[in-house]
Design a protein around this ligand. Structure first.
Ligand code: IPD
Length: 298
């Protein structure tokens, strides 16, 4: 049967608000010693508790859908199939969360046939909600829950600034977000370090000298900022499907595009792990992607 995407959206929004209350109530210093890849790949009890709550709610509401979550994912075992699948990161930006740096969110995606179909990204610290439903557009809402008593903000269609977003210029005028992630050795670290260097350095020093480089610490919020038109580009070499599934849908619905972070890859997969996102624009998207790939590939 066809999936009722609007119903999924409504459920995900209410689950996101419940998760937001758990995140705000948590004491971020209550970090567990349970480390993953290495000492900087952290998980807190709150990540685990939020994922348990989310999977319980979603399995009850949509018992036939599959569920993939960051904290229960098993490398080499967990696979995303063509079935409707929730792809969930209970806290994207865990390091920010632990430091009370208010750029963290819950990221709730639904993929159908491995294509992002619904995305809900909620930053409880700012009570800021981003949503996207395939074919129905993307929205941002401030004061999204009524928790702070200010009343709900209006839902604003993305990108901000209207249906005809300004054309993209070249890299020297682009605001680019790029993350270090938690892998800090081997080939993956070399790829990231080389990419950072190429983007930052002047032309004379062998780089592309982008307008500005940021590392904000949440993949999902980077994608939402591209969807809103606040960032021009986001590149990451080494995150996972749960970091991007929800934001990808929101980006697509805001006219943005997701391609491979590796030069030449116009088509990219949900779990390709190396991503390049570009905001919606009236023109210049493909040219900017080509310029970006050329700079990081040369
Ligand atoms: C991380 C954040 C970070 C990105 C990492 C992700 P987590 O997610 O999105 O920005 O650089 O690759 O793993 O671990 O906080 O859910």
């Amino acid at each position: 049967a066809a999936v009722d995407l609007q119903q999924v959206h409504d459920t995900l929004v209410s689950v996101a608000f419940e998760a937001g209350r758990m995140i705000l109530a948590a004491n971020p210093s209550s970090i567990s010693t349970d480390t993953k890849l290495n000492a900087v790949d952290i998980v807190t009890e709150t990540d685990q508790a939020v994922e348990r709550m989310v999977s319980t709610r979603l399995r009850a509401a949509f018992p036939s859908f599959a569920f993939v979550g960051e904290e229960t994912y098993q490398a080499g075992v967990t696979r995303i199939t063509d079935a409707p699948t929730f792809v969930v990161d209970p806290i994207d930006g865990t390091t920010n969360f632990v430091h009370s740096f208010p750029n963290a969110c819950i990221s709730l995606g639904l993929v159908v046939d491995r294509v992002p179909a619904v995305g809900v990204v909620y930053n409880p610290f700012q009570d800021l909600l981003f949503t996207g439903v395939k074919g129905k557009g993307a929205y941002m809402q401030r004061n999204a829950s009524l928790e702070d008593g200010k009343g709900k903000g209006e839902k604003v269609r993305l990108p901000l600034g209207g249906a005809n977003p300004p054309p993209l210029g070249d890299l020297s005028s682009a605001l680019v977000s790029i993350e270090w992630g938690s892998q800090r050795d081997g080939e993956n670290f070399e790829l990231k370090a080389r990419t950072f260097r190429k983007l930052a350095a002047s032309r004379e020093s062998g780089g592309g000298m982008v307008g500005g480089l940021r590392s904000l610490g949440s993949a999902a919020l980077n994608l939402c900022a591209c969807a809103a038109g606040q960032l021009d580009i986001y590149w990451e070499g080494g995150c996972y499907a749960w970091d991007v599934a929800a934001g990808w849908c929101i980006l697509n619905e805001a006219g943005g595009m997701m391609v491979s972070g590796n030069p030449g890859g116009w088509e990219t997969e949900l779990d390709s792990r190396v991503y390049l996102a570009v905001r919606g624009a009236s023109k210049g998207q493909r040219e900017l992607v080509e310029e970006f790939w050329k700079v990081i590939g040369d």
